[in-house]
Each structure stands twice: as structure tokens, then as C-alpha cells.
Design a protein around this ligand. Structure first.
Ligand SMILES: Cc1ncc(COP(=O)(O)O)c(C=O)c1O
Length: 376
């Protein structure tokens, strides 16, 4: 069987067309830093999410870093986080000098739940970072009062979940400090970029200063002034107008991302239903804009993975557990569920250039490789 082009990549960006004109216009304006184009994009995302303001930054990782700093998380503090996430989540915790407290995920959703959070709280816990795996919202409503009472912030890693709903509201609009990634392969891309949804105007101000070297005044104000004020620590992680122009063009077509990603995920779920040896990780497709289609391959994932890659099918692994990484060994604790998931997880090709025929090809190849490896 020849693998159709769409099934050969695990993920790839999708451009709708107007991104190019947006970038050219931004380039011709002669200013490429944080400009009015970035301000406009922030406003568009805020309107889309139904929130009062957002803060654009250079990446999802810098969104997490800035958000943790803005929430006052620092040395000596502990942050509850699933081990089943991209290493960026953990690096952001280390960047502020805090310690990760790794917790288990539900094997069905690969997300944390309230019980795991409550069990992990210690006297040092200052934040919880739910990771919205595959685009699925994490609802911690039932433990919010307990967290608030102890001064524990919820900082959502919603890198996968732009556009998804948590109940009746979009992720980002439920009162948590939320961080999105607009990296190359995300539901919405800026090329590179990230966005923070702060919890209040004061926190928004803190985020803006932290992303801009601790400078109090806006870039627009500084252009007209003879000085500026630095009143604290700051990073250099603003979003350039070139990236904002791409994001703005993407957002105008986001309904297409929503429709296509849901349709692809549903096509996979139907094709995989009842398949021997592999089960799909549930992303709550009714409410989510899926970012990944992950399956758990029982027994022999590595063999199946190698067979599929050799056949040209772009499978991936999201993620090798973080508590097993040497860089994070100081915070290792046994997490048997996550370790088993880590041995079983495999992501199938999932991006907007794919057709439903590609989905059929991938699932046929998966079925065949499961059958082949079973008889060896
Ligand atoms: C779960 C998760 N968190 C954080 C990030 C970091 O985002 P970025 O690559 O934009 O820095 C990613 C990116 O892939 C991610 O998947």
C-alpha cells in the first residue's frame, strides 16, 4: 500500500491563505516588534474567548513562565503537575525556581483530576498546572474553593486546547490563569507565539511588564517619550507583529479548524472502535477542538511504532513521562499509571491537510501492524 501524503506527517501547520498578505503588510509597515498589530491580535483573541484582556508572548513556554511569575510562584514553592506532558511545562516551573510535584493522570483521558490534586497538596503547594491533553478541558471546579482557601493558583497549560470548551465557556474564560501555545502545529498558529489570559487587570499589568523587561510603559508610549521606568524583573518575550499578523489571519478562519479537527477525530474514533490491541484516548470531542489523536497500544507499542514508521505512517509519542527524565530526577516519584501509559502511548497523524481517506489508510496500517506483530 502507498501511504498518502497526508498520513506521512504526525502534524503540520495549516495556512488558510491570508496569512501571507498579513505578514507582507506587517513587514511593509517597517516595525516588527510588539506593535499595534500585536495589540489588535490580543483584542481579537479576547473577543473570541469572551474575556476582557489577553497578553501575547513569544511562545507557549514563555506564557507559562510569565504566568507563574505573575502568580507569585518562586523558590521554595511546589507546583502540582502531571508527568504526562511536554517537557516545556516542567521547564517553566524550574525557570521560576519552584519544584514540580508530579501526579498521575486518568488513563482514559491523560488529564489530572480533582482527587489527584487534593492528594498531592502539601504545605508548600502554591499552584496546580492542569495540562489540557489533546485539547480536553480539565474541570477543577469542585476543588476551586479548597485551592483558593489555601492560596493555590490554577495555571492552565492549554497549549493543546485553543478553542475548546469547559462547560459553556471557552477554555480561558473560566477564571483560571490560562496559557495557550500558538506554535507551528497548534490548533491556531502564529508561526511561534503564546497567549496568557490573566485573572484580573492587576495580573494583566504584571504579565505585560514581565514580558517586556520590567518596563512599566507600553511600546507605543515609549516611542513618544524621552525615558522609561523599570520597576522589577522582566523577560524579553513579547510577540512580534509578524507572528501576530499570522495569528490574526488564522483566527478569522478558526471555524474551519474547529470543524475539520472534530471531523478527523471522529473519523479515527469510528475506525478504531473495537480494534484489538489499541484504544483511543478520549478527548471529549463534543466540547474540544482536538489537537492530537492518541491511542494506547497494549503490549508492543515500540514494535508497532517502528513498523508504522517504516511503512511511512507519521506516528509520534506524546509524551515520554517527565518524572523519568534525568533532568527531573530530583523530583521523581513512582507513578505506575503514567509509566504504563508512557509505554503504550502513540499519536496518529493528525492535521488539517488530512482527508478521511488518510484516516482510513492509517487505521488499516495500524490494524495490519498489530496483527503482524502479534504473530511474531
Ligand atoms: C503541553 C504543552 N505545553 C507547553 C508547550 C510549549 O509551547 P511552545 O512550543 O509554544 O513553547 C507545548 C508545545 O508543544 C505543549 O505541547
Amino acid at each position: 500500500m502507498t501511504i498518502a501524503a497526508g498520513a506521512g506527517d504526525n502534524a503540520r501547520p495549516y495556512l488558510y491563505g491570508p496569512e501571507e498578505a498579513g505578514v507582507v503588510e506587517a513587514l511593509r509597515s517597517g516595525q516588527y516588534g510588539h506593535t499595534a498589530v500585536t495589540d489588535r491580535f490580543e483584542g481579537e483573541v479576547a473577543t473570541f474567548l469572551g474575556v476582557s484582556e489577553t497578553v501575547a508572548v513569544a511562545s507557549g513556554t514563555s506564557a507559562l513562565h510569565v504566568a507563574l511569575l505573575a502568580a507569585g510562584i518562586g523558590p521554595g514553592d511546589e507546583v502540582i503537575v502531571p508527568s504526562m506532558t511536554f517537557c516545556a511545562t516542567v521547564q517553566a516551573i524550574l525557570a521560576v525556581g519552584a519544584r514540580p510535584c508530579f501526579v498521575e493522570v486518568s488513563p482514559r483521558t491523560l488529564c489530572i483530576n480533582s482527587g489527584a490534586v487534593l492528594d498531592a497538596i502539601t504545605a508548600d503547594t502554591r499552584a496546580v498546572m492542569p495540562v489540557l491533553y489533546g485539547g480536553r478541558a480539565v474541570d477543577l471546579c469542585d476543588v476551586r474553593p479548597a485551592l483558593t482557601e489555601r492560596g493555590i493558583a490554577v495555571v492552565e497549560d492549554a497549549a493543546h486546547a485553543f478553542g475548546s470548551y469547559n462547560g459553556a465557556q471557552r477554555v480561558g474564560a473560566t477564571g483560571a490563569l490560562t496559557c495557550f501555545s500558538f506554535g507551528p502545529i497548534k490548533n491556531l498558529t502564529c508561526g511561534q507565539g503564546g497567549m496568557i489570559v490573566p485573572r484580573n487587570p492587576l495580573e494583566a499589568d504584571r504579565c505585560r511588564k514581565l514580558r517586556g523587561l520590567g518596563i512599566v510603559e507600553s511600546a507605543a508610549w515609549r516611542a513618544e517619550a524621552t525615558g522609561y521606568t523599570v520597576d522589577g524583573f522582566g523577560l524579553r518575550v513579547q510577540m512580534s507583529s509578524l507572528n501576530a499578523a499570522i495569528g490574526s489571519a488564522q483566527l478569522a478562519h478558526f471555524d474551519k479548524a474547529e470543524t475539520k479537527r472534530k471531523a478527523l477525530w471522529r473519523a479515527y474514533a469510528n475506525a478504531l472502535r473495537g480494534m484489538d490491541g489499541a484504544s483511543v484516548v478520549d478527548v471529549d470531542v463534543e466540547r474540544s477542538v482536538p489537537h492530537l489523536c492518541a491511542v494506547r497500544v497494549h503490549d508492543r507499542r515500540d514494535q508497532v511504532f517502528r513498523t508504522l514508521r517504516a511503512r511511512g505512517v507519521g506516528v509520534g509519542t506524546h509524551y515520554p513521562p517527565n518524572h523519568l527524565q534525568s533532568a527531573f530526577a530530583a523530583w521523581h516519584r513512582p507513578l505506575p499509571v503514567t509509566e504504563q501509559v508512557g509505554r503504550e502511548i502513540m499519536t496518529l497523524p493528525f492535521h488539517q491537510r488530512m482527508t478521511e481517506a488518510d484516516v482510513e489508510t492509517v487505521t488499516a496500517e495500524l490494524r495490519q501492524s498489530l496483527a503482524q506483530t502479534a504473530t511474531r
